[in-house]
Design a protein around this ligand. Sequence first.
Ligand SMILES: NC(=O)c1ccc[n+]([C@@H]2O[C@H](COP(=O)([O-])OP(=O)(O)OC[C@H]3O[C@@H](n4cnc5c(N)ncnc54)[C@H](O)[C@@H]3O)[C@@H](O)[C@H]2O)c1
Length: 314
Amino acid sequence: MAERVLVTGADGFIGSWVVDAFATAGYSVLGLDIRSPADRRNPRSDGEYVVCDLRDGDIEGVIQRFRPNLISHHAAQASVPGSVKNPVGDAMLNIVGSLRLMDAARRHGVRKIIYAASGGSTYGVPRYLPIDEAHPLDPVSPYAVSKHTVEHYLRAYQFLYGMAFTSLRYANVYGPRQDPHGEAGVIAIFSRRMLGEGDPIINGDGLDDRDYVFVGDVAEANVAAATRGDNECVNIGSGVGTNVVAIFERLRVLTGYRGARIHGPPRAGDVPSVRLDPARAAEVLAWSPRTTFEEGTERTVAWFRDRVRAPIPR
Ligand SMILES: NC(=O)c1ccc[n+]([C@@H]2O[C@H](COP(=O)([O-])OP(=O)(O)OC[C@H]3O[C@@H](n4cnc5c(N)ncnc54)[C@H](O)[C@@H]3O)[C@@H](O)[C@H]2O)c1
């Protein structure tokens, strides 16, 4: 019988790709999200779908009925500025919601939880680059704290109950379906703007590097973690640093945008350059990023172009 995987945050940017990747790999998939079917943003993702709020919904009932072997946990308050504005709300979902999920999972014999952790924030201000998994963990935002806290619970539940986990510490994930109106996701925001929604603004000088990994590769890392990498925390990144000015210029070529480069004030709380070392993921998950930045940005812009009705001429 096919393995059964429950994907939380299934209507989100990354979760919707994870649903599709597991379905393509032959798993039986149930997606869970707080969004009602009428409000869904990614309704074409494969798999069954259930509405549940991880903070106070009947997660136990969902697990009891579906009987998953695996859970890929993506539901979260996923914004750093959002966590600064409302640290209690962030913790209620990212810590307590995750713990409710894990506790129901261990009571119903779930074999393993694959967890969407944050390699971009959990290590804090980098002490060396590229950041490997031995780098000190020094979260400096409520979001980074809440995301990392769950890794401790996963370790404890593995020790106490033998429930396995893999924590995938994502770099900056980008690609089709990313919300272009959020506070993060510069590639989505700039693509949408350059295609007609307005001028993109670069925060500060735009010269700090970030590590951008394509969402399809991230979804594949989840499928790899279903059968490998038990009880490991691994970086999921490209290992390549790219700054916002380079992104601007790349997207300018792809979109034909002719506006000038506009800089705004730097954003408070942004850490300096970050680049993750993905070597451990190659070792324990047999996973490496496959999509080049050139290909990934091309696919992303093509996706946004299909959704722009009337570009503003410039
Ligand atoms: N996007 C990135 O670059 C990145 C980097 C590192 C880690 N992550 C992690 O990956 C995961 C997915 O991120 P994303 O960018 O796809 O975010 P997203 O906001 O697109 O997806 C999160 C999903 O969780 C759902 N959700 C929110 N509150 C819920 C609740 N109370 N109960 C059930 N579902 C709820 C939302 O409706 C949404 O569909 C998050 O855990 C995030 O912390 C993302």
